[in-house]
Design a protein around this ligand. Structure first.
Ligand SMILES: Cc1cc2nc3c(=O)[nH]c(=O)nc-3n(C[C@H](O)[C@H](O)[C@H](O)COP(=O)(O)O)c2cc1C
Length: 214
């Protein structure tokens, strides 16, 4: 892997190694340990419900506790109500260095509410959510998506372009569809295609050594 500095909006990262958000795993102690022993350029919280933050749920707010943590850190939120997402962006902006919007979670309890990867089926709503979050924060906004909902709906490039135009500074693509969940190997060849189509949010120094894994 080619290690180099990276800039996301105004945030400068020491390197391009990013700790992936993982629900139930990337909590405060885990992030502190990762930072101490492998020094990723960016660490990310697990995904946090925008509705729960909006209604001041105490347990949920604790997921965004960063006491004793080194910066920069990205706060990942999920939800499908553009107003609530905007209000929550406003609320968490002070402590976050980057706000990441989850549009990739495949869990039934999330998609049944229209959140996470279900948003890939609703490009208009994607646009509204990203725009509202961007308008309500002075921090860079990033978006995490999947390759698509299923093999009949591969639309990550379309969604990435919508997010770019709405103000997203970077996009992460999980190279599986929602239907694939976490099965098989992530599809690296797809990233190459994305790189050629989405110039604004793509880190041009990325190399696709793994593209043969498809
Ligand atoms: C246990 C677990 C929890 C995860 N939670 C989140 C999450 O909260 N937000 C998110 O965007 N992705 C989440 N992911 C997806 C990962 O961040 C990552 O994109 C995915 O595992 C692809 O990497 P892989 O190809 O190495 O599996 C989770 C993955 C795992 C395995």
């Amino acid at each position: 892997m080619y290690v180099h500095k990276l800039k996301i909006g105004s945030v400068e990262l020491d390197n391009n190694i990013l700790l992936a958000p993982m629900a139930g795993i990337t909590d405060l102690p885990f992030r502190i340990i990762c930072k101490k022993y492998s020094n990723p350029g960016l660490i990310c919280t697990e995904m946090v419900s925008s509705k729960a933050l909006y209604y001041n749920d105490e347990k949920t707010s604790k997921l965004l506790n960063t006491k004793g943590e080194k910066r920069p850190i990205s706060f990942q939120i999920f939800g499908s109500d553009p107003e609530i997402m905007g209000e929550v962006a406003k609320k968490i902006s002070k402590n976050a260095d980057i706000i990441d919007i989850n549009m990739g979670c495949p869990a039934p309890k999330v998609v049944k509410n229209g959140d996470g990867s279900k948003l890939l089926l609703n490009p208009n709503l994607v646009e509204k959510i990203v725009r509202n979050v961007v308008e309500n924060t002075n921090k860079p906004v990033t978006v995490k998506i999947r390759k698509g909902w299923n093999n009949d709906n591969i639309n990550a490039i379309e969604i990435a372009k919508i997010a770019e135009n709405a103000g997203a500074m970077a996009i992460t693509i999980h190279g599986r569809t929602r239907e694939e969940y976490y099965s098989r190997t992530s599809r690296f060849r797809y990233y190459k295609k994305y790189k050629s189509k989405c110039k604004n949010t793509c880190n041009r120094k990325w190399r696709y050594k793994n593209s043969k894994r498809c």
